[in-house]
Each structure stands twice: as C-alpha cells, then as structure tokens.
Design a protein around this ligand. Structure first.
Ligand code: GLN
Length: 207
C-alpha cells in the first residue's frame, strides 16, 4: 500500500509522539509535528499521542489549539491513544483535575483506571476490523477505562469485557498504546479505513 501522498500530523505538545512518527514513516507517509493551529493546515489526519492529558489540556489552550482541533476533528480523521483518547472523549468521570475534553467521540472515560504506572502491562489485543480479525500488542500505561459507549460508537476490541478500541465516524481511540513496538497493524487499519477515499480503497482492493 502506498501512503506516500499522505501527511499525518502528530500532536507534539507532550507525550510519546515520536514513537507515532516512527510508525507513520514505517508505513511510508509523511509526518508533521502539530504545535500551532497553522500546522493543521493541509494534513490528512492527526494522531493524538499518549502522555499526560492534564498537561496536554493546558498546552492545547496555551497554543490556541482548542477550536482548531475541534474543527479539524469534525471533518478529518483523528486517532487518539491513551491520553489522546481522554482528550477526544465526551466526559471524564470523577474529573478532579478538571481536564477539558473535545467531545469528538461519544464515550466517557475514567482516567488511570487500569492502575498506577508500576502496574503497566502489555496484552495481546484481538480486534474485529469489520469482519477482519487482527491481533497486535497493546501497552496499558495508567490507561483510561471506557465506562460508557454511545449508540453511534463501534467497539472494535475489548479486554476483560471492557471496550479498549472504539471508533465513531472519523475518530478512532484506544485506551492502550499501539506504537511502542514496531507492529503497525492498528495504524494500517487507521490509514486504510479512515484516510483513503473510495477511489484509493478500490485501487488497493483491486490490487
Ligand atoms: N494517565 C494519563 C492521563 O490521564 C494517560 C496515560 C497515558 O497516556 N499512557 O492523561
């Protein structure tokens, strides 16, 4: 598959965005670090990385990104992992830190609900990509738990019965990190299903 004509932004305010950059490059697309509203211009999709949602929340306002991110997410694909998922959600349960979310996907989350940093773990995730089953590793690092899923949201994977990978329209969100290893299975799903227009998809399917 050829993604050479696609430019993927990574929200580069805080967190492990460089690991996402590595995976984007491995799939042959171009990368742009997004720190200012103008960085969103002309990119095909955005990745919001894991890290610390409280810090990202503050920096989003400081860099004037809140409105531009909301507008971008209404029309272009965004994939958020972990802290990125928290910021994309509708609501945060027991939101003591007062993190403001973008509300781009109709889920509620509870921050840090899989345990503290020392209880981080890696698990094999089995996702159902609309009939196609794929396995890959997910890293749970102070991961958010998805506590509510709205009617328009599709659950692509569960772990111990809890949703861990969800999508709605152009938004994909994972409780876990998919970018820690070199396996690009999930990013490839995002590219093929969220990025390509129908003509591109037909070309790929037709070989
Ligand atoms: N616990 C972090 C938060 O609430 C998320 C952790 C992560 O992104 N790995 O923002």
């Amino acid at each position: 598959m050829n993604f050479a004509d696609k430019t993927i932004g990574v929200l580069a305010l805080q967190g492990d965005y460089s690991l996402h950059e590595r995976q984007i490059i491995a799939l042959g697309a171009k990368v742009r670090q997004v720190r200012l509203p103008r960085d969103l211009e002309g990119i095909d999709a955005l990745i919001m990385p894991g890290g610390e949602s409280t810090t990202m929340d503050i920096l989003i306002d400081r860099f004037g990104l809140r409105e531009p991110l909301a507008t971008f997410g209404a029309i272009k694909p965004i994939y958020g992992t972990c802290a990125g998922m928290i910021l994309l959600a509708r609501n945060i349960e027991r939101n003591q830190a007062g993190v403001k979310t973008l509300g781009l996907i109709d889920i509620d989350v509870a921050r840090n609900d899989y345990g503290r940093q020392i209880y981080s773990f890696e698990e094999e995730i089995e996702a159902d990509f609309h009939g196609e089953k794929k396995r890959f590793l997910g890293g749970f690092i102070r991961a958010p738990r998805v506590t509510r899923v709205g009617p328009a949201v599709t659950v692509l994977a569960r772990f111990q019965d809890w949703p861990v990978l969800v999508e709605q329209n152009k938004i994909l969100a994972a409780t876990f990190h998919s970018e820690l290893e070199s396996d690009t299975t999930l990013l490839e799903y995002f590219f093929v299903h969220f990025l390509l227009d129908r003509a591109d998809t037909k070309r790929i399917l037709d070989g």
